[in-house]
Design a protein around this ligand. Structure first.
Ligand code: HEC
Length: 188
């Protein structure tokens, strides 16, 4: 009897939580999130590569500090969403991960270590907003500034980074590691 009651209550809360967010909407927003994350990645990457070509890490690192968040700010306006990159090993102290972002990063790291798929997804956050997450993985070209010092990253680059970001802990990564998450909050 009590067991049944618990089950019914659990079902009711499940229905209440997913109310107003159908499977179709979930798919639609996951797709939208993926597109925004991809466009944002492309925009950051191409800007970064232009700077790298022009002057290597010494030029690209200060550029990231000045412009990365502005670029995401502009894209946020364009897409009517808040586009954020978050990590559990931060370089920029201006990016503070939420408790949920840290949980999602942990989940992706676990899946990644088990060689399982790390899929993007959408959920409703505590304020009732549609919230998208996707993993950010380390590629070979990221190692110049996020790799292992004296192995995949030069001590010189590390010292430039440490001068600008004295509290940097965003190094030591290998290709394929989870660097963080895209965290996109839709405004509608
Ligand atoms: C030229 C050096 C450089 C390269 C190459 C680079 N990054 Fe970064 N990365 C930075 C800097 C500098 C910041 C801090 C930006 C800021 O102050 O907002 C940063 C910040 C980040 C952040 C935000 C979280 C944090 O720790 O501040 C993520 C996520 C990230 N990088 C992922 C990547 C990925 C993935 C790649 C490869 C596709 C990459 N980076 C390549 C220099 C670089």
């Amino acid at each position: 009897m009590i067991k049944n009651l618990v089950l019914i209550l659990a079902l009711i809360s499940l229905v209440a939580c997913t109310k107003g967010f159908s499977e179709k909407e979930k798919q639609e927003y996951t797709l939208k999130g993926k597109e925004i994350a991809q466009a944002s990645f492309k925009e950051l990457s191409s800007n970064l590569m232009t700077q790298m070509k022009a002057g290597g890490p010494a030029k690209a690192i200060p550029f990231c500090k000045e412009e990365a968040r502005n670029i995401l700010g502009e894209l946020s306006k364009e897409h009517n969403a808040i586009i954020k990159r978050s990590s559990d090993q931060l370089r920029s102290c201006k990016i503070e991960p939420t408790v949920r972002e840290l949980e999602v990063i942990d989940m992706y790291k676990q899946l990644n270590s088990e060689k399982k798929e790390t899929k993007p997804f959408v959920e409703i956050d505590a304020e009732g907003n549609k919230q998208f997450y996707a993993p950010i993985k380390i590629q070979a070209k990221c190692l110049t500034c996020h790799g292992k010092v004296n192995e995949t990253m030069t001590a010189k680059t590390d010292s430039i980074i440490k001068t600008i970001y004295p509290f940097d802990i965003a190094t030591g990564y290998s290709e394929g590691d989870i660097r963080g998450v895209w965290s996109i909050t839709f405004n509608n």
